[in-house]
Design a protein around this ligand. Structure first.
Ligand code: LLP
Length: 430
């Protein structure tokens, strides 16, 4: 939950505002983003990782307003598409403070990135190294790049969001030698400035042992490049992936503690290798925006379903679903929710909150105890939807993607408006 969330007489408040009052104006479903909470988490990473460059991973959620907050709080920004870059530039983010990711950036995307002066491009394939080198050569610039490497680590997270094992699409494998080869090619290109190696082991990770193994392998390569190729890289990026609590109140590790652990690992390894500690950077997305946002839905129908063995489950259908939060269906993710609009003395019942889409996997919250008198018109709030909620939202069944409403100090501001049918029809050219 965002730090300002509280219930007063059964009514949920966020940013000093009763949620029912906000949605009376903006309608449901809606994402409410606690601006102060976002800024506080961003600052906690910036201050906790004080000696690092902290890139906010815009893929988790980006909009013009959020990109501005990121700048105001002193963070840098990671983008991974021309769309995200466009939002960042529109928000006035200094291009030199942008890192550009992606395993298949097009020639057009790369040309624009180089032309705009993006601070670093994280190269992910041999063909991309050639493309960036050519574009930078043509434009007559020395483009800073990092080489994305695969450390061969089994990160303890869902298979779809783990990225450091060998059999997946990202990065150059260290163990097969292709990472070394990629570095050699970057060094041979006169238009590229090799800043360092980049490794991202996956997302929603709690166990620092993954970073430890990856840092060890990546630093060994870093040292070898210094020895054998005579190029001491000034930087090293360890990626993002810091996990958050979805269904419990357990706060994830404090950024300062995480920083202390990671720094200790890196310093120890550098000492053992006899090399200088490079300038470190990280790219948290989820850990900054994830808990700052909630989704508010209106209940439309309530249905009892008999389960084997005589028990029953209450299906609570809300006015959104997998189009505004695909994570439950895609990753089997767990969420919780609460009745947000009133008190109830009714005995809690085991409920499943489902959406309005045409498939049975359209589940928002798999299991939650909700008051037995839950009924149409009630508001239900789901916390922890800030990361990869709106950013992975779709128009399935021609759903209109919900607005993002920033709340702070008793007032609210729509920062992304609700889509309209006209928005959808604009692309349907007959
Ligand atoms: N850096 C790189 C290179 C990444 O690929 C990612 C996430 C991040 C940083 C930020 O990771 P975070 O700190 O947010 O965990 N859609 C999935 C997550 C995909 C993550 C993709 N890359 C989900 O909803 O869980």
């Amino acid at each position: 939950w965002p730090a300002t969330a509280e219930k007063v007489d059964g009514v949920l408040r966020v940013g000093g505002l009763p949620v029912p009052d906000v949605v009376a104006n903006v309608n449901t479903p809606a994402y409410l983003l606690d601006e102060e909470d976002f800024r506080t988490r961003a600052r906690a990473f910036r201050d906790g990782f004080a000696d690092y460059d902290v890139y906010y991973a815009g893929k988790a959620f980006i909009s013009t307003a959020v990109a501005r907050w990121v700048v105001e709080e002193g963070l840098l920004l990671d983008v991974c598409s021309d769309g995200e870059l466009t939002v960042a530039l529109r928000a006035g983010v200094d291009p030199t403070r942008i890192g550009y990711h992606g395993n298949n950036k097009s020639a057009m995307e790369l040309r624009r990135a180089v032309h705009e002066g993006v601070g670093r491009i994280i190269v992910d394939s041999f063909v991309e190294i050639e493309r960036v080198a050519d574009v930078a050569g043509e434009l007559g610039v020395l483009q800073p790049v990092m080489v994305r490497v695969t450390a061969g680590v089994e990160a303890h997270t869902h298979e779809f969001i783990a990225t450091a094992h060998e059999d997946q699409k990202f990065g150059f494998s260290i163990s097969s030698g292709s990472a070394f080869e990629a570095v050699s090619r970057v060094l041979a290109a006169g238009s590229l400035d090799l800043r360092g190696l980049h490794s991202h082991i996956g997302s929603q990770i709690f166990d620092t042992s993954g970073w430890e193994v990856s840092a060890r392998r990546v630093l060994a390569l870093h040292a070898r490049i210094g020895d054998e190729l005579g190029h001491v890289m000034p930087e090293l990026d360890l990626g993002g992936g810091f996990g958050i609590a979805y269904t419990t109140q357990d706060d994830p590790a404090d950024p300062a503690d995480l920083a202390a652990q990671i720094t200790r690992i890196v310093k120890g390894e550098c000492a053992a290798l006899g090399i200088d500690v490079p300038r470190l950077s990280i790219e948290p997305g989820r850990a900054i925006v994830g808990s700052s946002m909630i989704t508010v839905y209106t209940v439309g129908t309530v249905k009892q379903v008999q389960l084997d063995g005589g028990a029953s489950r209450t299906y609570v259908s809300v006015d959104g679903g997998m189009s505004d939060n695909i994570r439950t269906a895609l990753y089997d993710a767990d969420y919780s929710c609460t009745l947000a609009s009133r008190t109830s003395a009714a005995t809690p019942v085991l409920a499943r909150v489902v959406g309005k889409h045409c498939e049975s996997g359209d589940i928002v919250v798999k299991d939650e105890f909700l008051p037995g008198d839950i009924q149409p018109g009630d508001l239900v709030a789901v916390p922890g939807t800030g990361a990869y909620g709106r950013s992975m939202a779709s128009n399935y069944n021609h759903a209109l993607r919900p607005p993002v409403v920033a709340v702070r100090d008793g007032s609210y501001r729509v920062i992304v408006r609700r889509e309209t049918v006209d928005d959808l029809l604009a692309t349907d050219v007959g």
